[in-house]
Ligand binder design. Structure first.
Ligand code: ADP
Ligand code: ASP
Ligand code: MG
Length: 465
């Protein structure tokens, strides 16, 4: 069997969802389990309604909900012609709207929006969209069954970034989904959402439907997991930033992990973890151009002629560089320990670190993250904060062993002011932090350096568009 995940970009409107239905029907012989994200921007809209309600304005939150409801009903109207089926959906959606309205009222009265309530509110995006896809498949004669992730995706109670309890998910899928596959039915479920042992909806973090697909794929020992999105595969950079990108034919799990961890939106970073353990290949495919071959992510193959190769460059905006020096330059290890325990207690995810004999510098997602910890860090000594930075991450295997690599990076970035550089930890990446205003220029220059005329044709394709 295979897992097919369709993101919000593939579920934008009725035409896009009709296309998703077509793609699924061409893969029926592979016994798919279908994982659906919310329709484009639905999760943002739900988050926004919740925040508006928390500010006390329940009426405006309700208006935005009503628009979202209408968008879903319009898609149902276009895709589901059978009146009983369409009526069932409309009824289920009215029920969802009633529940959502009650939740928003509670938030507005208390003026309090806890992560638990935010997850409950956001869970509706995927519940709406997955029901439409299941009904749309039935409409096309496919024996599809809507499966609520609540019935199998057990997670911890870390609302907003829950993690699956893999053994329980595997057992639950064996009970709930395997019998459907055995009967040649097509299970359709939601990405992004899970459930605690006490029955509350959780979410695994923004963009985490990719991760849901790989959790399900690993638990069911799938032959492969497909992520269907709006680009031809993993590209050498975000096409919204660089015009002449190439498509990467193949990547290792580790390369894909580094790339997504350092900002490439195309994949949620956790996606690779369950698959790596089970050696299940991951394909990134374009739902708008099904003839494309996509990118295959699996175990590392031999690099061509053993030559190291840059595969792609990702970036993160809105980074803050923080550096701290100890008041007393002795017992360095106690200093490092103190700094990291403050950061970990504040739940701050440090992406990049460099040190000198008496100073440590690191990046945090800023500026909001810093405000809570900087006063605590100042207890150790003077702190310098450099806001409005952006990090670029150059990814490829064998970079550490490539004698000319760093020289090429520095040549390409000649004249660009860099505030932090990290290289060598994994051998797979170099991170360079620059002023935010220089981000695009730095990215375009690095891209031209590594993917200009010399990009090998057997590793990279020209995208179809
Ligand atoms: P989905 O809704 O299918 O989950 P996303 O918007 O989350 O889609 O991810 C796809 C987007 O990721 C692309 O439209 C592209 O702009 C962006 N992206 C960023 N970096 C890359 C990259 N290296 N390769 C491909 N796409 C990238
Ligand atoms: N709908 C969720 C989000 O927008 C999950 C996803 O699309 O992967 O973050
Ligand atoms: Mg996504």
């Amino acid at each position: 069997m295979i897992v097919m995940k369709f993101g919000g970009t593939s579920n934008r409107d009725a035409a896009a969802m009709a296309n998703v239905l077509r793609i699924i029907t061409t893969h029926l012989s592979e016994r798919p389990v279908v994982v659906i994200s919310a329709i484009a921007s639905a999760t943002n809209d739900l988050e926004e309604s919740a925040r508006t309600a928390a500010s006390g304005d329940a009426a405006r939150g309700a208006e935005s909900l009503a628009r979202l409801h209408a968008r879903h009903l319009a898609i149902v109207h276009a895709l589901v012609k059978d009146s009983a089926r369409a009526g069932n959906l409309a009824e289920a959606f009215s029920g969802y709207m009633e529940e959502l309205t009650t939740l928003l009222h509670g938030v507005a009265i208390l003026r309090e929006l806890t992560p638990r309530t935010m997850d409950a509110i956001c869970s509706y995006g995927e519940r709406f969209s997955s029901r439409i896809i299941a009904a749309g498949l039935q409409e096309n004669g496919v024996d599809a069954v809507w499966v609520d992730a609540k019935d199998f995706m057990l997670t911890d109670g870390n609302f907003g970034r829950a993690l699956p309890v893999m053994d329980a998910v595997t057992l639950n899928l064996a009970r709930v989904v395997v019998p459907l596959l055995e009967r040649r039915q097509v299970p359709v479920t939601q990405g992004f959402i899970g459930v605690t042992a006490s029955g509350s909806y959780t979410t695994m973090g923004r963009e985490s439907s990719d991760y849901s697909a790989s959790i399900i794929g690993a638990a069911l020992d799938a032959e492969r997991v497909q992520i269907w999105t709006d680009v031809d595969g993993i590209l050498t950079a975000d096409p919204q930033m660089v015009p002449d990108v190439r498509k990467v034919r193949r990547m290792s799990f580790d390369e894909a992990f580094e790339l997504s961890y350092f900002g490439a939106k195309v994949l949620h970073p956790n996606t690779m973890l369950p698959l790596l353990e089970k050696k299940i290949p991951l394909e990134i495919r374009n739902s708008r151009r099904t003839e494309g071959t996509g990118t295959l992510i699996d175990l590392p193959g031999p690099s061509p002629g053993g030559v190291p190769l840059v595969k792609s460059i990702s970036f993160s905006r809105d980074v803050t560089v923080v550096s701290v020096s100890p008041r007393r330059r002795t017992n360095q290890y106690l200093f490092w320990e103190g700094i990291f325990s403050i950061l970990s207690r504040a739940d701050i995810d440090v992406r990049t670190v460099t040190t000198s004999e008496y100073r440590i510098a690191f990046t945090i997602a800023g500026p909001h993250e810093g405000s809570t910890v900087i006063p605590r860090l100042e207890e150790f000594g003077p702190v310098t904060v450099l806001p409005e930075q952006a990090s670029l991450c150059i990814v490829g295997s064998g970079l550490r062993e490539w004698p000319g690599f760093a020289g090429r990076v520095f040549d390409a970035l000649k004249g660009v002011k860099t505030s932090l550089i990290a290289f060598g930890a994994s051998g797979l990446n170099m991170t360079v932090v620059v002023d935010s205003r220089a981000l695009k220029d730095a990215l375009v220059r690095l891209h031209a350096e590594f993917f200009g005329s010399s990009a090998p044709a057997d590793e990279f394709d020209v995208p179809l568009n």
